[in-house]
Ligand binder design. Sequence first.
Ligand code: NAD
Length: 353
Amino acid sequence: MTLFDLPDFDNHESVTAFTDPETGLKSIIAVHDTTLGPACGGTRMWPYADAAAALTDALRLSKGMSYKNAMAELPLGGGKAVIIGDARSHKSDALMRAHGRRVDSLNGVYITAMDVGMDQHDMEVIATVTRHVSGYAQPGKTGGDPSPMTALGVFTGIKATVAFALGTSDLKGLRVAVQGVGNVGFEAARMLKEAGAILTIADVNESNRKRAEEKLGARVVATETIHAEDVDVYAPCALGAVLNDTTIPQIKARVVAGGANNQLQRPHHGYRVLDRGILYAPDYVINGGGIIRVCGQIYGWSDDQIRAKTERIGVTLTEVFTRAKAEGKPTHEIADAIARSRIAAAKAKKRAA
Ligand code: NAD
């Protein structure tokens, strides 16, 4: 089977494999679409079972970034880099420099950022060999840790989803179950608390659990059952695949809205959620605050501009919900359709110019 026949190949503009025997670098950079701007998406370092698994991930994630950037109304296309290897044992500054040089060889068609297996130090090392890197703390520039902006987007998104599903913009007394109170979950929970919500949380990490209990007065429940709590909103902010055959029938909340990536285990679970009368905020739309911040750093936007763009996530979600209701379709399908049509419209405009 060739690259072009793979089920996840979606007319990607380019897919490049890189090696560097000296440092052991084996990586793939997939550029899905650059109609809206340079392709941007993080570098993921992961011990993939084989090159085929890495390729599948690069193809899927880069397409996901095209959609995410389009829904956040950013002048960015979609791309992703994957490095094959265990970040704990195979990472070195030399490897990061080798990767940075490969990113640089694409001349800005692809801009990298942080993802699983990468940290601030790696970004600084990559930045010594390429300027096509963003989304980390750089002196004198806005940006840095994207989590606070992701959390603001999640908070804004929860408000919009609650307004649509429950017909209220007042969060006072709203019962919210937050699954995972790490960087994103805790900050979103803090804003919810400030707005008067009543919090239930679960986390596998004891110190994060305690912080939410002590600082936010949250009720702590078991990680295995948080999705089934008798609440108004279930906010997944930890893991993916939390909307699946087991959990969906047990959910009591009428709203699912949280920052975790890939919440639907499989696309058809979006239909199960719809069948149960639950309003689901598509994950890549509600958690777009982080990439908005990365984009702001690339284009030199002010903090106020980044914040205003992040607060538009609520408007975008409302557009998705309105169309989903009118067409009787699951929200994730409508979000994909809007993303595709935004890219197609920009393509047509470019062709006509
Ligand atoms: P984090 O590691 O800071 O927080 C995750 C929290 O979830 C941790 O406290 C962890 O202990 C907890 N957790 C792990 N397994 C759990 C389980 N089974 N049950 C309950 N809690 C569990 O990560 P984060 O940066 O807050 O990201 C959270 C989610 O949001 C991830 O899915 C991430 O991919 C997604 N996301 C994050 C950003 C960002 O800017 N950080 C942007 C977009 C999407």
